[in-house]
Design a protein around this ligand. Structure first.
Ligand SMILES: [Zn+2]
Length: 392
């Protein structure tokens, strides 16, 4: 496959922008939708015995092309695409991996990104895409040097070493609010603190029974626990994952959906508003926290892992919850949440529906829905743990 440039049309445009040119106000909207660039959310890599896998996380499908520009450098062009928050400040990743040397990010034109992936030898690649969330996966197969093949024949136990997988032993489940802090509440008096405690206890049961993992609850009854105590508990116990469960609320009644948050610069104004509400601070304080966390580069591993966990959870919700309870998958978002900023382990915050929406409020009242939500989140955690073994 090498030496050939493969252009693959991944973006399926259902509406040709031109056919809407005469349609008045709508044409602008459709043009914008068709032209909207994808965010390159993250770039991950994992060594496998005979290949290196590079996964590019995208917010939507893009056009891509791959070319070997030298014996050992593969250029990946993405368009229309822009860099997501995590990658904006980090344009070059030096890598200590068996085959892979370096990934460089170049912004070629306004909405075109070129990744230069440098290997230690020349090889062949396979490229494919995965949906929900959209990913571009590149597997590069590199031939083993001859002396190594001999070495392996002589010492059959010294095959290529994959770094020890990050093992999940303890999971903290954090039902938001409690006691004097009810969180969001509906017109009919249903409170966030009660819903999330019930969902969290159901999730605990599933994680313990099915995954055989240790679960620590930040609260298991209707008591007030400060955000600081929640994160300190998780850090002290050296938990491996932190799952915070909340219910959303919005000024507009028609707003609905499920969203998964991880720590980062707020994706939009609604995300800042949600973080401010959950942090029980002003939007200004949430923005200050945002500046603080962005300077903390040590969080890189945790952020990447959180993003993975967030994507798997989001995918599980789309697959296992939304078919029975139609709503909007609002996606994986970033915002400066206190509980996510102060935990030392991969952490996500799930906003399971809007208490301010009539239909979703009705669902949140039922045990059946709460059990479904717990099961979907559990499946997300399970898929994430599985991915640590397989590199997806
Ligand atoms: Zn909340």
């Amino acid at each position: 496959m090498r030496r050939f440039t493969s252009y693959i049309l991944l973006l399926i445009i259902f509406f040709s922008p031109f056919s809407f040119a005469a349609d008045g106000p709508d044409s602008t909207r459709i043009l914008r939708v068709a032209d909207a660039p994808a965010f390159v959310v993250n770039i991950r890599h994992a060594p496998h015995p005979d290949h290196t896998r590079i996964v590019i996380d995208l917010s939507r499908p893009v056009l891509y092309s791959l070319t070997w520009i030298s014996e050992t450098t593969l250029a990946v062009e993405l368009s229309p695409a822009v860099l997501g928050v995590i990658l904006q400040e980090k344009r070059s990743l030096s890598i200590q991996e068996k085959f892979l040397k370096k990934i460089e990010i170049k912004k070629a034109e306004r909405d075109k990104i070129t990744l230069l992936i440098a290997f230690k030898a020349s090889g062949e690649y396979k490229v494919f895409t995965l949906p929900n969330p959209d990913r571009l996966v590149i597997d590069v197969f590199l031939p083993k040097p001859e002396d190594e093949v001999e070495g392996e024949l002589n010492r059959s136990d010294s095959t290529i070493r994959i770094p020890a997988p990050f093992e999940i032993k303890t999971i903290v489940i954090d039902p938001g609010h409690g006691g004097k802090d009810p969180g969001a509440s509906s017109r009919r008096g249903l409170t966030e603190k009660d819903i999330v405690l019930d969902v969290a206890l159901r999730l605990k049961e599933l994680v313990q029974r099915e995954l055989k993992k240790k679960v620590i609850m930040t609260r298991d009854e209707d008591v007030f626990v400060s955000l600081k105590d929640r994160t300190e508990l998780a850090n002290q116990k050296k938990a491996d994952l932190f799952i915070s469960i909340h219910v959303n609320s919005a000024p507009k009644q028609h707003t609905k959906g499920i969203e998964i948050y991880l720590l980062g610069r707020a994706t939009d104004e609604a995300a800042i508003a949600t973080a401010a509400r959950e942090n029980a601070t002003s939007e200004e304080a949430a923005l200050n926290l945002q500046e603080l966390i962005l300077n903390d580069l040590e969080r890189e591993f945790t952020l990447n892992a959180s993003l993975e966990l967030a994507h798997h959870t989001q995918e599980a919700l789309i697959k296992h919850l939304i078919p029975s309870y139609p709503t909007t998958a609002l996606g994986v978002k970033q915002a400066p949440f206190f509980v996510l900023a102060h935990t030392d382990m991969p952490a996500i915050l799930a906003e399971i529906s809007f208490l301010s929406n009539k239909i979703e409020e009705k669902r949140l009242r039922t045990k059946r829905y709460r059990q479904h939500v717990a099961e979907a989140i559990y499946k997300g955690i399970k898929a994430y743990i599985q991915s640590l073994k397989t590199g997806f």
